[in-house]
Design a protein around this ligand. Structure first.
Ligand code: FAD
Length: 747
């Protein structure tokens, strides 16, 4: 009797913010539909997998965080595979595929994935499917979707190959040893594998007949082959509701009802509508849709009216945080500046354990906006239950692989605490969430639009109306009034409320017992779905928190207001973004706008060091700063000019992107942005980096500035030492490796 063993494969993920995890979980959920068993683990769950002995295909989904670092839950794994003591054939038995997530706005794109990939190959592992590099800067799905589409075929081929290799190996062993009884169970499993692959191939060939090739995406002919048209008027049943097997997560093909979405009946006459969050235009509105599989529910949530429900104030794990008073607030920009930039001072004198160095950053824990929490309660119809205790447990019969109650939802908390301190209710809903919302939307037009936004065909609309404007779930629900999701769905799909990091903008040598930081009050522009615009969560909260009487524009007087507001914070680990330990080494700082923050700390420290060691030889210091207008948003102007005049700062190079012609320069050569100023000093800067062992620090906006500076550095190296692009890239990569080109960027 052949034994009924389903072929299995392993999925391992390393995730910082949950994106890699949710992709890994999606693959695990899809596996059964492909006749496969997936074993899903996080890379730090070493008790659940054993790569040293694994002979099934392994799929890695890993993201990259910070300055090219592995996610926290992947550090140990990366450390392990980097060990020099591992033999070059350590993983020769291993067959793997890897999907790397990253963001090209940051340095070291997909560095963690690349490191794992390289190291596995150095240790003899074989790739069974090309590595995918997904870029959050342009939308992960651009790479993730086609990569997932091809993955299943690749896994099946890998399984077949591994099976036939094993058969051949076994045959060889049998012949060699002339044994009489082969291992039947092994052969049975292999037969099972091969027939499974054959069956599925036949299935897709057969069903390709009759596919509408015009609407089918090029890369997925076999995908569209198994899709069936379902009306958007009929609520989709679980997993597409048509009882078919799924390919690559897209299980239902939804036919369009163009008239519904393109025009709206206005008493006899039809009015043509513009495309928006809630309204699509042809061809999308007329297109058949490939929508993702419905994520299986995995939580049971109930609300209980109990007396002893947990307190409502303060973040999770607040016993591990510091509650620190704000002792000063200074507005650094003039009233007519485009952005409001504030400097806040934390009084840490009561906390001797908070020891920070210039270059360090710390986390601020802020609650969700109270009025948004109220609106959410209202939207869920749960206002009268806001003080009820939330009981969350795992659904017993859930089909979700690796399901667990999110660790950031503690026991015995009230509903209002959950929405205020645990869930990121501002987070941008992922496509899986939109897919789940479809099931709770009554109106056919709205349902169709939600299907479009999560479909493959609607990817551009999703980016334009949801992802790029950072639309929140509340904004989405407001735009889709017939959508009434249960609380359970929110808990299943909303991530943990994240702390916001800020860079220290002071040195404790200059300001003992104090910690400064600087930020712009983020303004989210008005858009379809957010008619009035809004402020960033943390920066808006900080802005509201400070007593306006504490704010003295451009004055550094301290205030002794009796009721100083407090915030929860904790220091973050930093190992490299520090001024050079050797004081004689020159260094260059590039920090436009609020990116200047850590360099204020660097320079305050350097100033003190110079005062204390007047005889010592100090390396040159350069600062490239930029802002819009000299008179409106030149942050720390007096302090920076003071550093330059007392010699702490050897060269202060400032440019103003919106001021008219500067004195002594013609418009043609006037540097507009920091990179233009770098170019003007190309030879000196390249010398510092390539000949004098100097350091370069870049801080601030990740979206444009850091990239432009990097490109400019390449140009400078090419010109100054007369090398080609490749060689220039190698030189920069070497600087990074030596931790002499360091970035602290955000945005
Ligand atoms: P959110 O509500 O989180 O933002 C909503 C949306 O606004 C985001 O999705 C994004 O699209 C956009 N957004 C986020 N940040 C910005 C921004 N800075 N400008 C424009 N749009 C933005 N910020 C500082 O101002 N000063 C610092 O010293 C500083 N140091 C940091 C250090 C590190 C290591 C990191 C990772 C980030 C740092 N940041 C700093 C960024 C900071 O943590 C927040 O992201 C920022 O203040 C916005 O938070 P928010 O809650 O107000 O906005």
């Amino acid at each position: 009797m052949p034994c009924e063993v389903k072929p299995h494969f392993v999925i391992l993920y390393g995730s910082q913010k949950g994106q890699a995890k949710s992709i890994a979980e999606g693959i695990a959920e899809e596996a059964e539909g492909h006749g496969l068993v997936a074993e899903l683990s996080c890379l730090n769950q070493t008790e659940k997998y054993n790569l040293e002995k694994e002979n099934a295909p392994v799929v890695f989904i890993v993201s990259t965080t910070g300055d090219g670092e592995p996610p926290d839950n992947t550090l140990q794994f990366v450390r392990h595979i980097k060990k020099k003591s591992l033999a070059p054939d350590h993983y020769k038995h291993l067959c793997y595929a890897l999907l790397a997530l990253g963001d090209t706005n940051y340095a070291n794109f997909c560095n963690c994935g690349k490191t794992i990939d390289r190291r596995l190959q150095e240790l003899g592992a074989k790739q069974f499917y090309m590595t995918g590099y997904a870029d959050d800067g342009v939308g992960l799905e651009v790479v993730v979707d086609p990569w997932l589409e091809g993955l299943w075929k690749a896994i099946k081929e890998a399984l077949s190959k591994m099976a036939s290799d094993q058969t051949a190996h076994l045959k060889g062993v049998l012949e060699d040893s002339a044994k009489e009884t082969p291992d039947l169970s092994l052969l049975d499993v292999q037969l099972n594998l091969l027939s499974l692959t054959d069956d599925q191939n036949c299935g897709s060939v057969k069903s390709t007949v009759g596919t509408d090739s015009k609407n089918a995406p090029a890369a997925s002919s076999s995908v569209s082959a198994i899709q069936t048209a379902v009306s958007d008027r009929r609520p989709a049943s679980p997993a597409g509701g048509v009882g078919m097997s799924s390919e690559s997560g897209y299980v239902a093909r939804i036919s369009a009802s163009a008239a519904e979405t393109q025009t709206r009946d206005t008493g006899g006459s039809h009015v043509l509508l513009e495309g928006s969050l809630t309204c699509s235009l042809p061809p999308l509105s007329e297109s058949s849709l490939n929508v993702p599989a419905l994520p299986p529910p995995y939580l049971d949530v109930s609300l209980e009216d109990v007396v002893s429900v947990g307190q409502i104030d303060g973040p999770l794990n607040k016993e591990t945080l510091h509650e620190v008073p704000l002792s000063r607030a200074v507005q650094l920009t003039r009233q007519d500046s485009v952005k409001i930039t504030l400097l806040l001072e934390l009084d840490i004198s009561a906390y001797p354990e908070i020891v920070y160095q210039p270059g360090d950053s710390f986390d601020v824990f802020c609650p969700n906006n109270a009025s948004e929490v109220d609106k959410m309660l209202h939207r869920l119809g749960l206002e009268d239950k806001k003080n009820h205790c939330v009981r969350v447990s795992l659904k017993k019969d859930t089909k979700k692989k690796g399901a667990h109650v999110p660790p950031y939802i503690p026991q015995n908390i009230s509903l209002i605490y959950l929405l205020t301190w645990c869930l990121e209710i501002r987070s941008v809903p992922k496509k899986a969430f939109l897919r789940a919302l479809v099931e709770h939307t009554g109106d056919g037009v709205q349902r169709r639009r939600l299907q479009e936004l999560c479909s493959k065909q609607g990817a551009a609309d999703y980016n334009q109306y949801v992802r790029d404007p950072s639309l929140s779930i509340l904004e989405l629900l407001t735009a889709f009034p017939s959508c009434s999701p249960p609380l359970t769905l929110l808990i299943e799909h909303l991530p943990k409320l994240q702390s916001r990091p800020y860079s220290a903008a002071s040195s404790h040598l200059r300001h003992p017992g104090k910690l400064h930081f600087v930020f712009n009050v983020v303004q989210l522009a008005a858009c379809s779905g957010r008619p009035a615009g809004s402020r960033g969560l943390c920066t808006g909260w900080l802005f509201d928190l400070i007593n306006p009487s504490l704010v003295f524009p451009r004055k550094a007087e301290s205030s002794s207001s009796p009721a100083l507001p407090k915030i929860y914070m904790s220091l973050r680990a930093n190992c490299s973004f520090r001024p050079p330990a050797d004081l004689s080494v020159p260094f260059v700082m590039v920090g436009p706008g609020t990116g200047v923050a850590p360099f204020i700390g660097f320079l305050q420290q350097r100033e003190k060091e110079r005062q204390e060691n007047p005889e010592a030889g100090f390396g040159e210091t350069w600062l490239f700063f930029g802002c819009r207008h000299r008179d409106r948003d030149y942050l720390f102007r007096e302090e920076l000019e003071g550093f330059e005049s007392n010699g702490t700062l050897s060269h202060l190079k400032v440019c103003f992107s919106r001021d008219d012609q500067e004195e002594g320069t013609t418009l043609a050569v006037r540097p507009r942005y920091v990179q233009h100023n770098l170019l003007l000093h190309s030879q000196r800067i390249t010398d510092i980096l390539l000949k004098q062992n100097g350091y370069l620090y870049v801080c601030g906006d990740a979206k444009n500035m850091a990239k432009d500076v990097n490109d400019t550095l390449l140009e400078m190296i090419k010109t100054e030492i007369q090398v080609d692009q490749l060689e220039a890239m190698k030189r920069l990569a070497k600087l990074r490796e030596e931790k002499r080109y360091l970035q602290d960027i955000w945005g």
